[in-house]
Design a protein around this ligand. Structure first.
Ligand code: TYD
Ligand code: MG
Length: 455
């Protein structure tokens, strides 16, 4: 038999290399390659065509097998999940350390337990006492959650094998879990993958909803667990700026529901509070008379969220290369928009520093933000405040046209509800039944005229 080749697995992205390198060829991280258990060498004798058990085929319309979802007791969590926990499903919950994953899951665990479902919460990071202290602070100490501090998957599965399978099993976190069948320290790709595989198998066989907490590396990937993304049914990320109180729960992959719904929470002294109506959230404390501030009615799944976009332009005296800094939006998109403003509208940003910020720590991904960003930039450049109760939306093309975006009606209705009486948007977007004055903007140069003449 041929000697198995050594192989090296990147701990950040899971790619495999034949020899050790200082830098991973795939994700460019340094010092992340670790020797892995050798791959099995296949030979001609490797024949799987006989000797197995027969598998059973089933019709597609198996009766009585509709998805019975279980509510987490948190409407915002359910919404992001697409309606609640599906029995036997595996959910990977990613997020920066300290963002509130354990807090969120302890709250959901307590609610499920209070509603009569059996819940097992395994903490591999904190001692049981620490977790209990936090639960006490959140007023959840009376909830019948079965709490344990453990890291050995063998211990966990042995224990679970001797009891009624729980409705919900939380593993906090998968990077602390350890299997004695696999070499390597907890957190390495092979450990993470092996432990997750065993836990997911338990969940599928017993109809338990499993939540695996996964830490995120500095570049935003769920560390090691990127290799888990295809093994689980749902991948969620819990996001937010630690300096702000708002947290957004997003699903990035969902085998049982849509991926564009979000849950919104606010971190308070007693845990996470649900924010059922987030549309005003990111506007609080807004100064209306400042140049460079525009309001954009964004869509998050089926929900509108009004956000403030702030631009600041600083003229440079010297010939130094000007900075462009963006928080909460795509920097490539900003570069494109600046180019369109220069080429189509004759504005000059070349000797100016451009700063763009989405207020409240919110991250914009809606393509309809172009027009609002353009309005903020033009307003900042011309040092003129925009009309204070106006919203802006529309996608901008390279030719400088303003294009329609989805959900024009919902955006305007939400803006009207919150006291905005003007909307600037693409042609054809007017909603006669909405109580706002609608101004059609077909071309970006028209925006420049409007802002610099009438605002
Ligand atoms: P935690 O859930 O431990 O984060 P993670 O599991 O994602 O690492 O949350 C830790 C942070 O949340 C910590 O900085 C304190 C804050 N926090 C509150 O502000 N209020 C609370 O009631 C709780 C429990 C935590
Ligand atoms: Mg934690």
């Amino acid at each position: 038999m041929a000697k198995p080749k050594r192989r090296y697995v990147c701990q950040a992205c899971g790619s495999v290399a034949q020899r050790w390198q200082g830098q991973c060829a795939d994700c460019s991280e340094w010092n992340t390659l670790v020797e892995d258990t050798p791959a099995t060498v296949f030979s001609a004798k490797h024949d799987l065509s006989s000797g197995g058990r027969a598998i059973r085929f089933e019709p597609l319309d198996a009766p009585g097998e509709t998805l019975q979802r279980r509510t987490t007791g948190l409407a915002e969590f359910d919404r992001a999940l697409g309606g609640g926990l599906v029995p036997g499903s595996a959910i990977l919950m990613g997020g920066d350390p300290g963002i509130g994953k354990s807090t969120l899951l302890m709250q959901a665990a307590a609610k499920v337990a209070q509603a009569g479902g059996a819940v097992v919460y395994i903490s591999g990071e904190e001692a049981a006492g620490q977790v209990r202290m936090r639960a006490e602070r959140m007023g959840l100490a009376k909830a019948p959650v079965q709490l344990a501090a453990a890291t050995s998957v063998r211990d966990i599965l042995t224990t679970l094998g001797n009891m009624e399978p729980p409705a919900l099993l939380v593993i906090d976190s998968i990077q602390t879990m350890h299997s004695d069948q696999i070499e390597g320290a907890p957190g390495t790709v092979s450990q993470v993958r092996g432990c997750a595989f065993e836990l997911i198998r338990y969940a599928k066989e017993n109809g338990t909803a499993l939540v695996l907490v996964g830490h995120v590396t500095k570049d935003g990937n769920i560390a090691g667990p990127r290799v888990l993304e295809h093994m689980v049914d749902v991948v969620m990320s819990f996001e937010g700026e630690r300096s702000h109180q708002y947290r957004i729960l997003r699903s990035l992959k969902n085998r049982f529901g849509p991926v564009d719904e979000i849950g919104v929470f606010a971190m308070q002294g007693q845990g996470l509070e649900e924010v059922g109506n987030p549309s005003m959230l990111f506007l609080s404390g807004r100064e209306t008379k400042v140049p460079g501030s525009a309001v954009f009615p964004a869509m998050e799944g089926t929900r509108p969220v009004l956000v403030e976009i702030q631009a600041l332009i600083v003229r440079l005296q010297s010939g130094a290369t000007p900075r462009r800094a963006v928080v909460g939006w795509d920097s490539g998109r900003l570069a494109m928009l600046l180019a369109v403003l220069e080429a189509r509208c004759g504005l000059n940003f070349s000797s100016a520093e451009v700063y763009l910020n989405v207020a409240g720590g919110y991250r914009l991904s809606d393509p309809g933000a172009d027009l609002a960003v353009a309005a903020a930039l033009i307003s900042a450049l011309g040092d003129r405040a925009l009309p204070s109760r106006a919203v802006w939306f529309g996608e901008v093309s390279l030719a400088g046209e303003v294009r329609p975006v989805a959900h024009s009606g919902i955006r305007q209705r939400e803006a009207a509800k919150l006291g905005f009486d003007r909307a600037f948007g693409p042609p054809g977007g007017a909603q006669p039944e909405v109580d706002t004055r609608y101004a059609e903007i077909a071309l970006l140069p028209n925006v420049v005229d409007r802002i610099l003449s009438e605002a």
